[in-house]
Write a protein that binds this ligand. Structure first.
Ligand SMILES: [Zn+2]
Length: 60
């Protein structure tokens, strides 16, 4: 399961949510801080998460 970063347009809160499945389109993503659905995908957060995944996969 991968995570997708989002940014709230209301309170500028950044958070992560599990990527939505095609079979679960009815589920609306809401901001955990203010409960608003006015959010947008945060590309910066997505890149940050990818970086973490890479760091986790490359063990010494
Ligand atoms: Zn919010």
């Amino acid at each position: 399961m991968s995570l997708q970063g989002y940014e709230c347009n209301q309170c500028k809160n950044n958070f992560e949510e599990a990527e939505q499945n095609c079979a679960e389109t009815s589920r609306k993503i809401k901001c955990p801080s203010c409960g608003s659905t006015d959010i947008k995908p945060s590309e910066a957060a997505a890149e940050f998460l990818e970086l973490i995944n890479e760091m986790g996969s490359t063990g010494g």
